[in-house]
Write a protein that binds this ligand. Structure first.
Ligand code: GLC
Length: 522
């Protein structure tokens, strides 16, 4: 049987460039799929920030010209094999050598270039995928372009049977730009400018195009797949999501269990395992010292690693931080984001130097040490498509305290004090005192050493490796291929569920949000 061929496109891929969980997924899911025998290749922009240790090893394959209406833009193609997966880097210094990846005034044009280049490079590198797997708004126009300019329009039929999967990692970031782009950059017929096409509240929406023009849609947990069909979580797109509900599937993310292995992780102070937790205590003492907190093992140590944005529930933390700090507890915070939350944690650090230690920065090494050393990991998100931090935490025996939403609900099982079952402390309503109560319930178990150690071990023995999720993606790909008409020249079915021209009322008069320039502005 011929190998299935997948072209996996993402605006960030770990270890090359990472601002959030998208990069973790794009860096590890293809590795798992490759191991299962899929010919999956990854494509991303060649940003100026990619470290020399990678660029030095890249091979230049040639270039293509990308059509943006009246401009033809150079696109260099570089290749590098990393962790067994072949990655392609699309080079245009004008678009991708900037001080940050997102939040530039011409993001619409930059990522239009990316969306077209994802297609234009394929004939050049001689790779004809069965499926293009797209991720988040930055890749959202690719399916539309396939429909408008490629599938039926190349004499050699190269693109005719290519399908798309569009994965939503976060519906909040939508890539919404002025309608002026239609003529000046996109070069699309205005028949696409309707709510079943690219139009959203009078503007151009990359996310909407992604939803409307992909063969299948996925998101990163089963609960989030349900939630985004409601107005509360739907970010003004619940109508579109509902219309495509039959083609939507939730697949919970995994994490790389080899890179994140407490028994062999060189980033930790000391390795440890579920059978011997002494190293976990040693990590705690060393981190307390590093963070200038009293090195006491019997004080519960709470970690927070996050983009400091509203999504992550920091208004709840702000509301009850002082109340929590009236207990014997220590809190370590790592992350950057909105100024109000950066200031909140900076001032708590100054006011309670023996209890709070805040590092307002991005620091991958320190993050790993926090996952390993803490007793609790606090993640009270307002919404959470999947969340990876709770998975890293459990892997390192750090017990999550989470709100029951999205992927947090799907991955953390509420602790039952009677049976000792469960993997964390959870609360349902978006309420600061419910969050505090969940933490206090956790602290009560922490004080009961045998029960606590059992819980820590249970967390460590969970399996959130990519194994399961990769199989689900593989089954989805297979399902799409089984649906198309193998062996015939007939166009693939279904290309998209919504013929252009049938209009649907707009869902709200409020403009959808797009990025704002910080690292969360995906
Ligand atoms: C986004 C989501 C997060 C998810 C990640 C990877 O960052 O906010 O919940 O885990 O993407 O899919």
């Amino acid at each position: 049987m011929e190998m299935m061929k997948i072209w996996f496109a993402s605006s960030e891929v770990d270890p090359f460039i990472k601002t959030g969980g998208l990069a973790d997924v794009a860096g590890s899911l293809p590795v798992a799929l490759r191991k299962m025998g899929i010919d999956i290749r990854v494509v991303m922009p060649k940003y100026g920030q990619i470290a020399a240790k990678y660029t030095d090893r890249m091979e230049f394959l040639g270039s293509v010209e990308v059509d943006l209406t009246w401009r033809r833009q150079y696109c260099g193609i570089f290749r590098l094999v990393e962790n067994g997966v072949t990655c392609y880097f699309l080079d245009n210094e004008y678009y991708f050598h900037r001080d940050w990846y997102y939040g530039q005034s011409d993001d619409g044009e930059r990522f239009t270039f990316f969306c077209r280049a994802i297609l234009d490079t394929l004939p050049k590198i001689g790779f004809q995928p069965d499926i293009i797997h797209l991720n988040d708004w930055q890749t959202g126009l690719t399916g539309l372009f396939l429909d408008a300019h490629y599938r039926q329009f190349r004499d050699d039929g190269f693109f005719r049977n290519i399908h798309t999967v569009f994965t939503i990692h976060n519906l909040r970031y939508q890539g919404v730009f002025s309608r002026d782009m239609m003529d000046s950059v996109l070069g699309l017929s205005w028949t696409y400018f309707n709510p079943n096409g690219i139009e959203h509240n009078g503007a151009v929406s990359f996310m909407k195009a992604g939803l409307n023009f992909s063969t299948r849609i996925t998101t990163v947990s089963k609960t989030y797949a349900q939630e985004i069909q409601s107005e509360y979580f739907g970010e003004n797109l619940s109508g579109t999501i509902n219309r495509r509900a039959a083609d939507l599937r939730g697949i919970v993310n995994g994490i790389d269990y080899e890179l994140n292995n407490p028994e062999g992780d060189a980033r930790l102070f000391t390795p440890f395992s579920a059978t011997d937790l002494s190293g976990k205590h040693a990590n705690k003492a060393a981190l307390q010292k590093q963070m200038h907190l009293p090195a006491k093992d019997d004080i519960p140590l709470v970690g927070i690693i996050s983009r400091l944005v509203d999504q992550k529930g920091f208004d709840l933390v702000a509301r009850v931080l002082e109340e929590i700090l009236s207990y014997d507890v220590q809190i370590i915070i790592l992350g950057t984001g909105d100024k109000q939350y950066e200031d909140l944690f900076r001032s708590a650090h100054h006011a309670h130097p023996a209890k709070v230690s805040a590092r307002i920065r991005y620091d991958a090494l320190l993050a790993q040490r926090i996952y390993a050393a803490c007793d609790f990991f606090l993640m009270p998100s307002r919404f959470e498509p999947c969340g990876l931090s709770q998975l890293f935490s459990m892997r390192y025996g750090t017990v999550p305290v989470v709100r029951e939403t999205g992927g947090l609900k799907d991955t953390v099982i509420a602790y039952n004090a009677v049976t000792g079952e469960g993997t964390g402390f959870t609360f349902a309503n978006y309420n600061a005192h419910e969050m505090k109560d969940a933490l206090l319930r956790g602290m009560a178990v922490f004080a009961d050493k045998p029960a606590w150690e059992r819980l820590v071990r249970t967390c460590m023995l969970q399996d959130f490796s990519w194994e399961h999720a990769a199989r689900e993606y593989m089954a989805l790909y297979q399902e799409i291929l089984d649906h198309s008409n193998p062996g015939t020249d007939a166009p693939a079915q279904p290309i998209h569920a919504n013929p252009v021209g049938i209009s649907e009322p707009n869902e709200s008069v409020e403009p959808a949000r797009s990025g704002n320039g910080m690292e969360e502005s995906r």
